[in-house]
Design a binder for this molecule. Structure first.
Ligand code: AMP
Ligand code: GLY
Length: 447
């Protein structure tokens, strides 16, 4: 019997587990840092097994894998990949549909990713520099007239990047931030990346990579800012939407094709540089600008929340696709329903500052099912049949319909079926927000 060992326990992983378990012939094993009630229920239903432990410890994951002997493993979160969990599992002969540490470097070392693309002439980079000296960083910031994005090279959970005009007032603040980062050495990586500030709309392109070819999924737009109208601090992502034609209302098909070509060239460059394939999910964060599509960053995993959008409409068998990636050849092009999706995250009161934790949620499961929305648990726990919040995002709710508008209404009605000390962004996926994106692109001359 086929079995999948999933490593991770967020809403993204709940969506992966749900998708795997649509094939009743696959048994699910899960290694989690805290019990995700949704994943736990799927494990039980499929007659698998779950364990709670340190997901960032390769030896702890391997010990569980030796007990369960899965036919395939899927280490999911960024820090797990950066810790070399895939490498450790493969060393024990366990097949993995995820990048090894060296491949995941495209995500965990931003200067490595920028240099790889430069060395192999992959298009789509903004003007940038890599610095380990504050003086050189300052003169680069001056050469960009102070309009820059300042980025630590290492992983920061999506919260380390600061951009002039948003988190940084001007060039002087950018210089100060660069200086701070250089002395902090994020994730042990000493250097920082500074890029020209790009103007445009962002989109996420997730793709399955079997090492030779990438297969793109529907485009998604995430919303990183905490509050309605895209203001406030950056978060892990408050919600996201995708359109029925798998593009986005403010993009042309040529934008997607440009992004796909950049990603295809990237896996080819990676193979040339290392003689190894990039196997796993490659997720490009892009911006469509007047000068074409630019790559903002790479992730070597599914997006969170974006995974909930695309996996909610995946028609193909996820296990089979992951198996194809792991063996070096996806034989059937993954197919997605021609539906729009809107995902909204319920987050605890106080988030993204000081969250109110350990609050019970009253969940109208039958109303959510009647609305045909999907529910994915994130940072919550179950005690005596009740779900309680923790400090991070609590629950993702996904509406699926023929249009973004209808999917947004479904997601909203699912959100209103849950009561407790949680809140969400009501504007994600509304006609007003989408119209603003289109107007922004027109004003920039991109559309
Ligand atoms: P990252 O962690 O690299 O995805 O950056 C976080 C956020 O910072 C992105 O989602 C963008 O909104 C913004 N950002 C990153 N790089 C740039 C850039 N070169 N120009 C403008 N904004 C950027
Ligand atoms: N949605 C942003 C991320 O997964 O990094």
């Amino acid at each position: 019997m086929n079995s999948l060992l999933l490593i991770g326990n967020g809403a993204r992983e709940h969506a992966i587990a749900e998708s795997i378990c649509t094939n009743e012939k696959v048994k699910l094993f899960a290694f989690m840092s805290a019990n995700n009630p949704g994943i736990a229920a799927l494990v039980k239903k499929s007659d698998g097994a779950a364990e709670i432990g340190d997901i960032h410890s390769p030896s702890a994951v391997v010990a569980f894998a030796k007990k369960t002997k899965p036919s395939l493993a899927f280490p999911s979160p960024d820090a797990v990949l950066a810790a070399g969990v895939t490498d450790a599992l493969m060393a024990e002969g366990i097949k993995c549909a995820a990048p090894m540490k060296e491949a995941a470097r495209l995500e965990w070392d931003k200067s490595y990713a920028r240099e790889l693309l430069k060395d192999f002439k992959v298009p789509g980079a903004p003007r940038f520099g890599i610095f380990d000296s504050a003086a050189e960083a300052s003169s680069f910031i001056d050469s960009m007239n102070g309009k820059v994005a300042v980025k630590p090279s290492g992983l920061t959970g999506g919260k380390g990047v600061k951009v002039t005009g948003y988190q940084l007032k001007d060039g002087a603040e950018a210089k100060q931030y660069a200086k701070e980062l250089l002395s902090a050495k994020h994730s042990g990586l000493a250097n920082i990346v500074i890029e020209e500030k790009l103007e445009g709309e962002e989109f996420s392109l997730q793709a399955f990579s079997d090492g030779s070819k990438i297969y793109g999924m529907p485009l998604v737009q995430d919303h990183k800012r905490a509050y309605e109208g895209d203001i406030g601090p950056n978060t892990g992502g408050m919600g996201s939407y995708s359109d029925a034609n798998h593009l986005l209302p403010f993009l042309r098909a040529s934008h997607r094709d440009e992004a796909l070509a950049i990603m295809q060239k990237t896996i080819e460059a990676f193979r040339k540089k290392t003689s190894k394939p990039f196997i796993g999910i490659l997720y490009g964060g892009f911006m469509a600008t007047r000068d074409g599509v630019k790559l903002i960053e790479y992730n070597a995993r599914f997006g969170d929340p974006e995974a909930m959008n695309v996996l909610s409409i995946l028609e193909s068998d996820l296990y089979e696709t992951l198996q194809g990636m792991a063996s070096g050849r996806i034989s059937r092009v993954p197919q997605f329903e021609k539906k729009a999706t809107v995902c909204k995250y319920l987050v605890p009161d106080g988030y993204p500052g000081k969250s109110v934790t350990d609050q019970p949620l009253e969940i109208g499961y039958s109303e959510i099912a009647a609305a045909k929305a999907n529910l994915f648990y994130a940072a919550v726990y179950e005690k005596e049949g009740t779900i309680y919040t923790q400090s991070s995002r609590s629950i993702g709710l996904v509406g699926i319909a023929d249009t973004i508008n209808e999917a947004e209404k479904t997601a909203e009605s699912a959100c209103s079926a849950i009561s407790g000390k949680v809140w969400h962004r009501k504007d994600i996926g509304t006609a007003q927000l989408v119209a603003r994106r289109i107007a922004h692109m027109k004003a920039l001359g991109v559309l």
